[in-house]
Design a binder for this molecule. Structure first.
Ligand SMILES: NC(=O)C1=CN([C@@H]2O[C@H](COP(=O)(O)OP(=O)(O)OC[C@H]3O[C@@H](n4cnc5c(N)ncnc54)[C@H](OP(=O)(O)O)[C@@H]3O)[C@@H](O)[C@H]2O)C=CC1
Ligand SMILES: O=C(O)CCC(=O)C(=O)O
Ligand SMILES: [Mg+2]
Length: 738
C-alpha cells in the first residue's frame, strides 16, 4: 500500500487460484471504477508477501516490501475500511517450507524454516515463521462477526440448474468416528470473568515436584469474557486412533482423517501427527526417533516422514516394514500420484473435505482410484456430531433434492479472535505429568487440569462486545428474513452454557425469544436438514468453528460449492470487509492451469463481494457513482447466472477468463442502460459496444490459449508479467480494457 491516502477499496493480493483470477479481473475492475474516481489499492497478504515482509533486513531495497497485513489489521478497526478479501493460504509447515524454498530460489536471502531450533537465533527465526504459519490473516482482519448466505439469484440458479449429487443408500458403511471420552469436549470448563476476576492472568504448568513454570505470562481477561480451558488426552487419542484403524479394517472401508490443521494451527497438526504415528504403529515405535532426527516430523505428515526415511541408511528395511503393516485402505488426495490423506496436514481440511464426501453420497477414493465408503475420523466430539447427524439423515432420507431444498444461512461469532480461532498462543502440549492452570490477576485459580505428558491443553476466550454484536446480527438477520433461527449451542457443554447466559436474556430483552431456538449441534443439524428438505430456510447462529464448518457444508450441498456465497463481515467499528465466497484458494485449480492452461476457478464470490463493496461506498460514504456501479455489478452477476457464463471444469470449454469477459460486458451494458448517471451511461455505452463487437474475436483468442502448459514463473510467488500474459491472452479484450 504505497499510496498515502487510503484507497476507496482495498482488493487483496493473495495466493493460488484466486490470485490467478485477479490477474484477469482486477484490470477490469480498475477500468470501470476509475471512471467514477474510485481508487483501488492492492495490499499483499499472500504467503510469499508475508514472508518477505517479515525479513526486511535480509533483503535488497528492491526486494523489500511493507507489512500490508499489519496495516490492514489497523485499518479494519476504523470506519474507513472497505476491503475485498480473497481467500489466502493458511500455511501448514510443508506449505511454508515450500514457499520459503521457492523464494530462496528466486534470490530472496531469507532463512530456512528451523524444524528443531537450537540456538537463540534459530528460535527467533522460528518465532517469526510461527507468526506467518496457519491462519495468520483471517483472525487479524475479522474485526467483526460473520454473515454468510447465498444471494437469492445464486440460490435460484442452483435450484434450476442442480449440480450432480452422489446417491445415499441406507446401508452405506460411511460413518463418523470420534473419541469416546477424554477429548476437548469432555474436559471443557468455562467461566465468565467477573469484575473482581478481570485483569492480566497467567497460564502455569505445575510439575509433579511442585515446581511452577509459566507457559504464558500475560493473558488479559476483561470483565464479561467467556474463558474456557480444556485438554485432549494424548494416550486416549492414541488408543482411539489405533482402534479406529482396526475398526476401519473390520468394516472394509477406507480410513480418513478430517482436521483443520491450518486454521487450528497448534492443536490440529499435533493430532494429525498422532494419526501418522498410529498408522505407522510398530514402525514408528521402532524407528520414529531416527526418522524425526532426519527431519521427518510426524506432525508434518507421512510425506515428510517418507522423505526422511529415504535419507536413512536402513531406508529399504523401514519401507519393507511399512509395506508389511496390515492396514485398511486409505482415503486418497491423489491416487495417481500416491498422495494419501496423511501425506500433508493441509491437503484434507475438514470444512471442505467432509462436505465433499457427503455430496458424493459418502464416498472417497482409495489407493487404486476406486470409489468407496469411508470411516471419517474426527477425534474431538465438540462439532463432529454435525457430520455424524448429516450422514445419518441422508442414510435415512436419501440425498438432498437440490431443486427444492431451502437454504441454511450462517451468523457466526468470530470477531476479535473468538473461541478456538484465537487459541493459538494459549495451546500447549503438556511437557510432563502435572497440572496446567489459569491463575487470575487476583491470585484466584480460574481453571485447572491434571494432565499427562503430551496432552493437548488449550484455553479459548470470547469477549463480551463480540458476543453482544453477534446476537444483534442474529436479531437483524431474523428480522430481515423471517426465517427459522437457531442458536447452535449445547447447554451440556461448559462454553456454550456460558454463551446461553448471554443469549437468553438478550432475546428476552428484545422481545424475540419466541422466534429463536437454542439447540445442541446434533439436534440443530437434524432440525435444519428437515427444514431445508421441506423447502424452507434456516439461520444457523453459531460459534466460530461451526461458522467455518457450516458455511462450506450447506452451500456445498445446496449450491454444489461454497465459492458462490455472499460473505460479509460487518466490522464492529463501522467498516466493511467483504470476503469472496466461503472456500479457499483451490490448489488443484493452479495445477490444472499450469498443465493445460484452463482455470476453472469461479469468480462468483468476487462478483458478489464487489457489488457489496461498491454499495457500501455508496451507502456509508455517500458516493453516488459507486452506487450506480454497484447496482450495475449486481445486474452483471445476474447476467452471468442467467446465461450460464460461469467457468467449466474441462479444458477447451469456457473458463474463468471467459466469465470475466462476460462480467465486463454485462456490467458495461447495465451502466449504459441506467439513467441515474448520464456521464457513466455515455462512457460505458462505448465500452459495451466495443465488447459486443469484439465478442467473436475475444472468445476465439481466449479459447486459443487453452491446451498447452502455462508458465507462470512460480507457485507461491509467480511472476507478475507471466501471470498477466497467461491470464490476459485476448489482445482484443486488453485493448478495450487498457
Ligand atoms: N478464507 C480463506 O482465506 C480460506 C483459505 N483457505 C485456504 O485455502 C487452501 C485450500 O483449502 P481447501 O480446504 O482445499 O479448500 P478449497 O475451498 O480451496 O478447495 C476445495 C475445493 O472447492 C472447490 N472450490 C473452492 N473455491 C472454488 C471456486 N472459487 N471456484 C470453483 N471451485 C472452488 C474446488 O473444487 P474442485 O477442485 O472440485 O473444482 C476445490 O478443489 C488452504 O491453503 C487453506 O488454508 C481455506 C478456506 C478459507
Ligand atoms: O482462516 C483459515 O485458515 C480458514 C478460514 C476458513 O476456512 C473460513 O473462514 O471459512
Ligand atoms: Mg472454511
Amino acid at each position: 500500500m504505497a499510496e498515502n491516502k487510503t484507497p476507496d477499496i482495498l482488493y487483496t493480493i493473495v495466493d493460488e487460484a484466486p490470485e490467478l483470477a485477479s490477474a484477469s479481473f482486477l484490470p477490469i475492475i480498475r477500468k470501470f471504477v476509475s471512471s467514477a474516481g474510485i481508487t483501488v489499492g492492492t495490499p499483499d497478504i499472500s504467503l510469499a508477501g508475508r514472508i518477505i515482509a517479515t525479513f526486511p533486513e535480509n533483503l535488497t531495497d528492491d526486494q523489500r516490501q511493507s507489512d500490508d497485513l499489519a496495516a490492514l489489521g489497523e485499518l479494519v478497526k476504523t470506519p474507513d475500511a472497505n476491503v475485498i478479501k480473497l481467500p489466502n493460504i493458511s500455511a501448514s509447515v510443508p506449505q511454508l517450507v515450500a514457499a520459503i524454498e521457492e523464494l530462496q530460489g528466486q534470490g530472496y536471502n531469507i532463512p530456512s524454516y528451523p524444524e528443531a531450533p537450537a540456538t537463540d537465533a534459530e528460535k527467533e527465526i522460528r518465532a517469526r515463521y510461527d507468526g506467518i504459519k496457519g491462519s495468520a490473516v483471517n483472525p487479524v482482519l475479522r474485526e467483526g462477526n460473520s454473515d454468510r448466505r447465498s444471494a437469492k439469484a445464486v440460490k435460484n440458479f442452483a435450484q434450476n440448474n442442480p449440480h450432480s449429487m452422489g446417491a445415499w443408500v441406507a446401508d452405506s458403511k460411511t460413518k463418523v468416528s470420534s473419541m469416546p471420552g477424554n477429548d476437548f469436549y469432555a474436559n471443557e470448563v468455562s467461566a465468565t470473568i467477573s469484575a473482581a476476576q478481570a485483569g492480566d492472568a497467567k497460564i502455569e504448568f505445575v510439575a509433579a515436584d511442585g515446581s511452577v513454570a509459566v507457559l504464558k505470562d500475560s493473558y488479559p481477561l476483561a470483565e464479561g469474557t467467556v474463558a474456557d480451558a480444556t485438554f485432549m488426552s494424548a494416550a486416549a487419542l492414541g488408543s482411539f486412533l489405533a482402534e479406529a484403524i482396526e475398526d476401519t479394517k473390520a468394516d472394509g472401508t477406507m480410513f480418513s482423517l478430517h482436521m483443520k490443521a491450518t486454521m487450528m494451527k497448534v492443536s490440529d497438526p499435533i493430532i494429525f501427527g498422532h494419526a501418522v504415528k498410529a498408522w505407522l504403529g510398530p514402525v514408528w515405535d521402532k524407528h520414529g526417533d531416527a526418522i524425526a532426527a532426519a527431519g521427518g516430523a510426524a506432525n508434518s505428515g507421512l510425506g515428510a516422514v517418507l522423505a526422511a526415511i529415504d535419507m536413512l541408511a536402513n531406508a529399504d528395511e523401514i519401507k519393507a516394514e511399512i509395506a508389511a503393516l496390515d492396514r485398511p485402505s486409505m482415503y486418497m488426495v491423489d491416487s495417481d500420484k500416491g498422495i494419501t490423506n496423511l501425506h500433508v496436514p493441509s491437503d484434507v481440511i475438514i470444512d471442505a473435505s467432509m462436505p465433499a464426501v457427503i455430496r458424493a453420497g459418502g464416498k472417497g477414493w482409495d489407493e487404486a482410484g476406486n470409489k468407496g465408503d469411508t470411516n471419517c475420523v474426527i477425534p474431538d466430539r465438540c462439532y463432529a456430531t454435525v457430520y455424524d447427524e448429516t450422514i445419518n439423515f441422508f442414510k435415512a432420507n436419501g440425498a438432498l433434492d437440490v431443486t427444492t431444498a431451502g437454504s441454511v444461512a450462517n451468523v457466526g461469532l468470530m470477531a476479535q479472535k473468538a473461541e478456538e480461532y484465537g487459541s493459538h498462543p494459549t495451546t500447549f502440549e503438556a511437557p510432563a505429568a502435572g497440572t496446567i492452570r489459569i491463575v487470575l490477576a487476583n491470585g484466584e485459580t480460574l481453571h485447572s487440569h491434571e494432565v499427562e505428558a503430551g496432552d493437548i491443553w488449550r484455553s479459548c476466550t470470547v469477549k463480551k462486545a463480540p458476543i453482544e454484536n453477534w446476537i444483534e446480527l442474529a436479531l437483524d438477520r431474523q428480522r430481515l428474513t423471517g426465517s427459522e433461527a437457531i442458536f447452535w449451542l449445547d447447554a451440556n457443554r461448559a462454553h456454550d452454557a456460558e454463551l446461553i447466559k448471554y443469549v437468553q436474556p438478550a432475546l428476552e430483552a428484545a422481545g424475540k425469544a419466541d422466534l429463536f431456538q437454542i439447540m445442541a449441534p446434533r439436534e440443530a443439524t437434524a432440525q435444519s436438514l428437515k427444514t431445508i428438505t421441506a423447502g424452507n430456510d434456516s439461520i444457523a447462529i453459531t460459534g466460530n468453528v461451526l461458522r467455518d464448518y457450516l458455511t462450506d457444508l450447506f452451500p456445498i450441498l445446496e449450491l454444489g460449492t461454497s465459492a458462490k456465497m455472499l460473505s460479509i463481515v460487518k466490522l464492529m467499528q463501522g467498516g466493511g470487509l467483504f470476503e469472496t465466497g466461503a472456500g479457499g484458494s483451490a490448489p488443484k485449480h493452479v495445477q490444472q492451469l499450469v498443465e493445460e492452461n484452463h482455470l476453472r476457478w469461479d469468480s462468483m464470490g468476487e462478483f458478489c463481494a464487489l457489488s457489496e463493496s461498491l454499495n457500501f461506498l455508496a451507502d456509508v460514504k455517500g458516493n453516488a457513482k459507486a452506487g450506480v456501479l454497484g447496482v450495475a455489478a449486481e445486474a452483471a452477476t445476474q447476467g452471468i447466472l442467467d446465461d450460464n457464463r460461469s467457468p467449466s471444469r474441462k479444458v477447451g470449454q469456457p473458463d474463468n477468463r471467459d466469465s470475466h469477459y462476460w462480467f465486463a460486458r454485462y456490467w458495461a451494458e447495465a451502466l449504459a442502460a441506467q439513467s441515474d448517471d448520464a456521464d457513466l451511461a455515455a462512457e460505458f455505452a462505448g465500452v459495451a459496444k466495443a465488447l459486443a463487437e469484439g465478442e467473436a474475436a475475444i472468445l476465439a483468442e481466449l479459447a486459443a490459449a487453452q491446451g498447452p502448459a502455462a508458465d507462470i514463473g512460480g507457485y507461491f510467488r509467480p511472476s507478475v508479467e507471466l501471470k498477466a500474459k497467461v491470464m490476459r491472452p485476448s489482445a482484443t479484450l486488453n485493448a478495450i480494457i487498457d
